[in-house]
Ligand binder design. Sequence first.
Ligand SMILES: Cc1cc2nc3c(=O)[nH]c(=O)nc-3n(C[C@H](O)[C@H](O)[C@H](O)COP(=O)(O)OP(=O)(O)OC[C@H]3O[C@@H](n4cnc5c(N)ncnc54)[C@H](O)[C@@H]3O)c2cc1C
Length: 335
Amino acid sequence: MIEKKNLEELKKGSLLAFGEIFNGKLHPSAIEVLTPLKELGLKLDKKVVLVCLMDNLQSFQDLEVLKKSIADEVWMVCHQELVHFKDDLYAEVLIEIVKKTSPYGLFFPATSIGCALAPRIAGKLNLGLCAHVNHLEVEDGKIVMARPTYGENIIAKLISKTTPVMATLSIGAFSPSYGEREPKFFEVAMPEEFTWVSKIKVRNFKPSAKQPNRLSTAKVVVAGGRGLKSKENFKKLFELAQILKAEVGATRPVCYEGWVEEDRMIGVSGVTVRPKVYIGFGISGALQHTVGMENSEFIVAVNTDKEAPLVKMAHLALIGDASKVLDLLIKKLKK
Ligand SMILES: Cc1cc2nc3c(=O)[nH]c(=O)nc-3n(C[C@H](O)[C@H](O)[C@H](O)COP(=O)(O)OP(=O)(O)OC[C@H]3O[C@@H](n4cnc5c(N)ncnc54)[C@H](O)[C@@H]3O)c2cc1C
């Protein structure tokens, strides 16, 4: 049962998380970010609220997923102008919510939509914003946000001087969890004077045929780096991934080279993975990469350099040419 409420009637001082919906589907990160927020909520005695913006409830396909979430409440703002993501309008809706409900925290998954919205809101409200946080805790009644910094060589712990505390949270850094009690659902009516205008005009919308990858939850990850030498060699990883039912990950340089899409980047600027098995082909193991895969249960490194950091941290290392090892592995597994 979804109750209707005006903005003014909603609970104040909560921890709000942005629940990203694209094309009627909830982004998996919406469930992930609730895990650390629930812990903060319990320690700070704050409710955890997922805020979802959509055109209408009928077109939303993941209500059942939300029912199993650990949010205390779900606030749904529905309006036909929200059918496509528009930075300016989405930001204005969230700013209005912040103004009327004075949250204690406002958190976004570090998806491209989250990373577009959070700084726009922080800028407009003159608030601090901590980007790519991968750990949250409470110290002396304050939210402490941790993220790699200084060329990603140290972990900085940051406390916001402004409220609401704002951060984008690294994708995959937090495991999804589910609750036994359904959250309370509210359809939120925006104030009558709110103007649903945007400078962005969507003339044509063609959703990408490509399905979003499931790197952050994959059980097996096969990742490639510069040691694979070419885009052609990198493509072989997809063949291996198909055989192993794995997801393909990559280092930053190869994403920037255009060998593979950037949403497959593992590390501080990309996704955090924690599979049962991670196999790195031609990856040196720079800290900026390993921060995103160090919690893998079993790590295999294929490298020509036995001194490479990833070789040293691996449970199993194969010293040899990554492309040749890939060929042999595919041939053997196909048999
Ligand atoms: C602010 C900042 C953020 C960053 N964020 C990220 C991030 O999120 N993710 C990320 O991955 N990187 C990130 N980086 C980049 C990171 O520092 C490294 O440069 C990068 O991870 C290295 O990628 P690589 O291992 O593919 O390449 P390299 O470091 O060049 O390593 C290639 C490896 O391949 C081996 N090799 C060479 N030939 C062969 C062969 N024939 N067969 C097998 N092995 C071979 C080499 O011995 C070497 O170990 C970031 C950097 C900065 C400054």
